[in-house]
Design a binder for this molecule. Structure first.
Ligand code: PLP
Length: 463
């Protein structure tokens, strides 16, 4: 007679060999991740066919499942923990934060309420305080721990929407949008796609956005911002996703504050400049905004997925996001779900806490400065090799021009196929560009030089 599935799982929990195996495979992965192709080579991609199988009729062997995942899954992953992935804005991972996650994975916490996880509640409170200090935000700022900036932007704008309607005696939670007063949305032409998505999700309508042009670096043109009033939400960015350019928060926020407009800052990766002495000037004035969105999984290098909404209007954020139910018992301690759209959530705060505690203020300073210095090096070496750099490298982003659309596509493909590093392409104003984001602590000076060689080789191969 076969064991019941319950007996089988119980034995696995007690015996733990399945976890030992996963650990062994993970270490094997880590030892190889630095030297292998950054993007999986074609045999690894072909190996993904191994997963095309019907849902099994019966329970499978645990060891074989982990083995399959390692044999065919690990090689088909992107080498994200190495130092030569420069696509999107993908952070590396602080080892201690990863280890803390392993431990907390065993806790398997659900974190809506203090009553469902006192430890998550406590760490959220602690990290919220640490971040206020690190980012120079006021004592009344509260934090919600969400999956990433997309969700954080959504939350910030939901709070703004609640507050502005409330000021107009309109309870949006009860009355909805039909017949509601008009809210004006002002955003730069270079606003991130996640901002546009949040605007559409919240029912503002993309066609209603009042677009503002940017300067050549991609910062919002302050002089072109239309007259603001109390029914406006102004979206600024702490790091243009292509060029890394920052908006002029100091002056624009003053203007917005005087008009009574709500300012949200999309600071997905750039908000962390506030934690770096040398780069802090870029964030000057951010404390005058009302809400901010930022990722842990980018510049701070926590594991995925870790994002944060910060809001100086606690009541608006809570009113916009919280819910009730007879079985939901809020208490005097922090209940995380008051600040997030989700109820059930993993304890992602553990990774934030571990990364911040491990790095400390000086470590954050060094991490952020290091990304900047490597980006500067990348730009300088590329320029020396005859490539045209289109942006001022103020943070961690570099934009390279290599010709028209076809030439750019070709060179990007050559670089990607070399396996030496990974970069993507984008459009910068009317020009196609190769886009570089230096976002991992693991990137060394040698990684940069090696990647520049891949650029040079790709250009040579094409000629
Ligand atoms: C990455 C990014 C986002 C979206 O963040 P996710 O964490 O991927 O949801 C929004 N804005 C900017 C500027 C970004 O770089």
């Amino acid at each position: 007679m076969c064991k019941s599935i319950r007996q089988k799982m119980f034995a696995e929990m007690v015996d733990k060999s399945i976890f030992e195996l996963a650990k062994e495979k993970a270490f094997d992965y880590a030892d190889n991740a630095l030297e292998r192709n950054v993007f999986p080579a074609s045999p690894a991609i072909d190996g993904l066919k191994q997963f095309e199988e019907p849902l099994p009729e019966s329970s499978q062997d645990a060891t074989k499942i982990i083995q399959q995942l390692h044999d065919y899954g690990s090689p088909a992953s992107v080498s994200q923990i190495g130092g030569r992935y420069f696509g999107l804005v993908n952070g590396g991972v602080v080892p201690t934060a990863l280890a803390a996650r392993w431990l907390s994975d065993f806790w398997d916490q659900n974190t809506p309420l203090y009553l469902s996880s006192p430890i998550a509640s406590k760490l959220e409170e602690v990290v919220e305080g640490w971040l206020r200090e690190l980012l120079g935000l006021s004592q009344q700022v509260v934090a919600g721990f969400v999956s990433g900036s997309s969700m954080a932007i959504f939350c910030g704008l939901a709070a703004a929407r609640y507050r502005i309607y409330q000021n107009n005696n309109w309870d949006v939670n009860k009355k909805g949008l039909t017949g509601a007063p008009q809210i004006r949305i002002i955003a730069s032409r270079h606003a991130h796609a996640a901002v546009v998505k949040a605007i559409s999700l919240l029912g503002f309508g993309i066609d209603n956005i009042e677009w503002v042009t940017t300067n050549k670096q991609g910062s919002i043109d302050s002089a072109r911002i239309p007259p603001l009033d109390q029914n406006c939400i102004l979206l600024l960015q702490d790091g243009n996703v292509n060029s890394g350019a920052f908006d002029d928060f100091e002056n624009i926020c003053k203007l917005a504050n005087a008009a009574g407009a709500w300012v949200h800052i999309d600071g997905a990766f750039g908000l962390w400049a506030a934690g770096c002495e040398y780069l802090r000037y870029l964030t000057s004035g951010i404390d005058k905004a009302h809400s901010w969105s930022v990722d842990g999984h980018k510049t701070l290098n926590t594991p995925y997925d870790c994002g944060l909404v910060l809001c100086s209007d606690r009541d608006a954020l809570v009113q916009a996001l919280h819910t009730t139910g007879s079985y939901i018992v809020y208490g005097d301690n922090r209940d995380g779900m008051m600040y997030t759209p989700e109820m059930s959530r993993r304890a992602r705060v553990v990774e934030f806490w571990a990364a911040l505690k491990y790095l400390g203020k000086s470590g954050v300073n060094e991490l952020v400065l290091g990304l900047h210095q490597r980006a500067r090096q990348f730009a300088a070496e590329l320029a020396e090799a005859g490539f045209e750099i289109l942006n001022d490298v103020v943070f961690n982003q570099v934009l390279v021009s290599v010709g028209n659309v076809d030439e750019t596509k070709d060179i990007v493909e050559h670089i990607q196929q070399s396996g030496e590093c990974w970069v993507g392409s984008a459009q910068w104003f009317d020009r196609p560009v190769i886009r570089i984001s230096v976002c991992s602590w693991a990137t060394t000076e040698t990684d940069i030089s090696r990647s520049v060689s891949a650029f040079v080789a790709a250009r040579y191969d094409r000629q």
